[in-house]
Design a protein around this ligand. Structure first.
Ligand code: NAD
Length: 305
């Protein structure tokens, strides 16, 4: 099996690349290294350093004719999208469109897309289902939603097969202390450096934290299943930011000092994704809860210099 992983030098993409190579796949990484790192790219993967929205990226995918494209490359920082909506749209909308055109020309069997709970906006619902109304409150959420719609239309018009995975807040080793859901990485970093943790808002905001290995397994499950479907990749369990702090306290064995700051524009108050659809459709279920996932993350986080 030949696969292109866009964003394969990033946090989630690099774990996916490792897993695909373990399964014997030939993996090409398409990444401009804007937030990804060369050192994270598996030595058996071939790195092609291009922008996803560039003609070079499209030509490469057409030439390689992969069986699968896992499209993870993105501008994935909510705050950045509010500051620079044009850049966000170029990468997330035009970049996706470029990959779709390449997939069509190359006759790719399937595109598997990394989307986000951010498409729902601040939906006042305890447990969000895939069919719930979408109303993004950041340009990031909007650009991912637009990308999703392009993907669905490419299937309708050109029969390009796809699965859209809307991730909860992904965390785990290799995550940078920024970007979407970077709160675990941020807290872990500051803790290891003996610095106080900064919390925007009262800390009672909830997120659905899903461990990166579970996200990788969901992507792998979509290779043969889940065609033309949109799934949540989540635990279905809300965790408050304050709970996260308490869990980290247990792991570090020290009291965590927290500074509470005003909440930020574009941030969502509550977000928990119902995962019953994916549990029923795919041979997948999350293997990690917040305690086991944090334990692995904390153990793999680098110590302060
Ligand atoms: P990341 O920033 O670590 O990875 C993104 C990768 O894409 C990086 O390697 C970066 O260099 C590359 N990239 C960015 N712009 C590019 C461009 N124009 N051309 C080529 N490569 C480019 O982020 P991540 O957390 O690993 O996110 C991966 C995907 O998962 C993204 O699509 C993101 O929107 C999605 N997602 C992440 C989360 C999360 O909690 N981390 C949640 C929901 C969805």
């Amino acid at each position: 099996m030949k696969a292109i992983v866009t964003g394969g030098a990033g946090f989630i993409g690099s774990h996916l690349v490792d897993a695909l190579i373990e399964r014997g796949a030939q993996v090409h990484v398409l990444d401009n290294l804007s937030t990804g790192h060369l050192g994270q790219v598996h030595p058996q993967a071939l790195l092609h350093q291009h922008d996803v929205e560039s003609p070079e990226a499209k030509a490469l995918a057409v030439r390689l004719k992969p069986d699968l494209v896992f499209h993870l490359a993105a501008q994935a920082d909510v705050q950045q999208s509010v500051k620079q909506p044009g850049y966000d749209a170029r990468v997330n909308v035009l970049g996706t469109l470029n990959m779709l055109e390449a997939c069509r020309e190359a006759g790719v069997r399937k595109l598997i897309f990394a989307s986000t709970s951010g498409v729902y906006g601040d939906l006042e619902k305890e447990l969000i289902e895939e069919g719930d109304p979408v109303s993004p409150i950041s340009f990031y959420g909007l650009s991912k939603l637009a990308a999703e719609q392009y993907i669905r239309l490419f299937h309708r018009l050109f029969d390009l097969s796809y699965t859209i995975l809307r991730y909860g807040n992904v965390y785990g080793p290799r995550q940078q202390a920024k970007g979407e859901g970077g709160v675990v990485a941020l807290f872990t970093d500051r803790l290891k450096q003996g610095q106080p943790i900064r919390i925007f808002g009262d800390g009672e905001q909830t997120r659905d934290f899903v461990y990166v290995r579970d996200v990788v397994q969901a992507n792998l499950a979509c290779i043969v299943e889940g065609g033309q479907q949109t799934f949540h990749v989540s635990t279905g369990r809300p965790v408050t930011v304050n709970t996260l702090v308490r869990e980290l306290e247990k792991l570090s064995g020290a009291l965590v000092e927290a500074d509470y700051l005003p909440s930020r524009q574009g941030d969502i108050r509550h977000s928990c994704l119902d995962n019953r659809k994916i549990l029923a459709a795919l041979a997948w279920r999350p293997a990690y809860d917040i305690s086991s996932g944090l334990r692995e993350t904390y153990a793999n986080a680098s110590s302060p210099p």
